[in-house]
Design a protein around this ligand. Sequence first.
Ligand SMILES: *[C@@H]1O[C@H](CO)[C@@H](O)[C@H](O)[C@H]1NC(C)=O
Ligand SMILES: *[C@@H]1O[C@H](CO)[C@@H](O)[C@H](O)[C@H]1NC(C)=O
Ligand SMILES: *[C@@H]1O[C@H](CO)[C@@H](O)[C@H](O)[C@H]1NC(C)=O
Ligand SMILES: *[C@@H]1O[C@H](CO)[C@@H](O)[C@H](O)[C@H]1NC(C)=O
Ligand SMILES: *[C@@H]1O[C@H](CO)[C@@H](O)[C@H](O)[C@H]1NC(C)=O
Ligand SMILES: *[C@@H]1O[C@H](CO)[C@@H](O)[C@H](O)[C@H]1NC(C)=O
Length: 495
Amino acid sequence: MLIAGLLPLPRATALILLLGAATLCTGLKCVCLMCETTNYTCQTEGACWTSVMLTNGKEEVIKSCISLPELKAQVYCHSSNNITRTECCHSDFCNNITLRLPPASPSTSHFGHVELTAIVTIPICVLSLAIILTVYTCQRRYGAYRKTRRQCIEEPLTDCNLDTDGKCLKDLIYDMTTSGSGSGLPLLVQRTIARTVIIQELVGKGRFGEVWKGRWCGEDVAVKIFSSRDERSWFREAEVYQTVMLRHENVLGFIAADNKDNGTWTQLWLISEYHEQGSLYDYLNRTTITIGGVMKMALSIVSGLAHLHMEIVGTRGKPAIAHRDLKSKNILVKKNDTCAIADLGLAVKHDSITNTIDIPQNPRVGTKRYMAPELLDDSINMYHFESFKCADIYSLGLVYWEITRRCSVGGVVDEYQLPYYDMVPSDPSLEDMRKVVCEQKLRPNIPNQWQSFEALRVMGRIMRECWYANGKARLTALRIKKTLSQLCVDEDFKL
Ligand SMILES: *[C@@H]1O[C@H](CO)[C@@H](O)[C@H](O)[C@H]1NC(C)=O
Ligand SMILES: *[C@@H]1O[C@H](CO)[C@@H](O)[C@H](O)[C@H]1NC(C)=O
Ligand SMILES: *[C@@H]1O[C@H](CO)[C@@H](O)[C@H](O)[C@H]1NC(C)=O
Ligand SMILES: *[C@@H]1O[C@H](CO)[C@@H](O)[C@H](O)[C@H]1NC(C)=O
Ligand SMILES: *[C@@H]1O[C@H](CO)[C@@H](O)[C@H](O)[C@H]1NC(C)=O
Ligand SMILES: *[C@@H]1O[C@H](CO)[C@@H](O)[C@H](O)[C@H]1NC(C)=O
């Protein structure tokens, strides 16, 4: 049990499979439930994957391929007794099996299962642990050798249990983005970080659990704590953050995920960079901004979104990702007033090779106030990945409206308000939103005074083009990014 706690069994299995994978030279064929066009099969260098999850009380089965980088991202083959059971395997069509979740009261039968697997896998765990340690030690030696001249501006690592050769957090993260899969710190390091973070103060409550400010090795970090009830959200968010090459200055920097289990209680942690200015929502309510500030924020947000949306092909590539819950509360304001997109727990990834979207889709999951018309009236084509990107763009337009209203022009500034504040009640239902957005076709008001400034006029025009009822007619993130970058050059805003 103790060893199993240290290194969860599925991960150990994944590692063994990963080593096995290196010896295979051709693509593996797997069953893929979503791949209608390829006769329900897919090919991969990674592993065949099958997972059963409890969704609204019903078992939902997914079978597909996972790529090699995804396999390395460590969370894919994670199982938990109650909510998900997942298996990664490594022979042709080996995921053509029926997985079942254990019955609701697991205490007796579940124990037998654990005992059995423990006997089988403890030797495997010990072996894997040894391998991980060896690999990591080697990497560290090499890293220390390479980096003798790199300077850490951060405070020295004092009360820090993890021997990082005097590296600060930024160095570790820098290492992990420039080496290997580029998806995350080694699991062992993530766990060590999680176990040595000192929790300091509660800074917010989100849809799932709480956000705390913590200290680790002399740096502030944010710790999002999910209850075990929300395990799926924790797992999903950790999984998306560990997507290869996701890292971008305008996407919240992920540090580590860990589950802490004391026998009766599971706490699920997600550790990320900490931004003291808090969410864009709080920031806008607190302060007004200049036209230059509006442009800087708008450009940074769309840069983050364009990075998420973009598919990069190749070994150092990334899948396209749609956020699905973009709003001012899910965007953080960094020190220099640029932004970082956070809360990727509802995001979906697109694999263009198999043309699959990686989770079973419930289209109506975001925040109702920010939902695109096609989500509100359920007309979205959810088998088409582009639809989700177009829905993100609609929400982006609303965020732009919130920001631009807080721009002080000629000493006049509107009070901070959420979009549609004057048209729907404070906690609007889907029906409230649908009536306003789809039936009456209303959109937030674009004030006349914006017309007197080129930059604000352009912002207003972008918003209108983000709000078309027809998703396909909307601008793309890349297009908006180009327009804003050009405008910043033309108007000579100091960025
Ligand atoms: C699709 O799969 C079925 C059985 O799995 C097989 O009989 C059929 O020939 C396949 N079709 C193609 C086009 O590969
Ligand atoms: C999967 O298993 C079922 C029955 O066990 C079989 O009929 C089917 O042909 C298998 N599919 C593949 C692709 O092997
Ligand atoms: C699993 O379910 C049992 C009872 O249904 C519950 O007591 C336990 O806390 C759950 N564990 C997790 C990790 O969610
Ligand atoms: C586990 O943690 C919970 C919450 O902190 C606590 O209430 C409980 O007593 C702990 N159980 C054990 C066995 O330490
Ligand atoms: C802005 O902050 C004030 C004070 O905390 C709060 O009462 C108000 O509801 C906030 N505005 C919005 C639109 O949430
Ligand atoms: C904001 O700061 C980051 C580093 O903290 C830097 O990379 C970025 O260029 C800055 N952006 C602007 C617009 O000043």
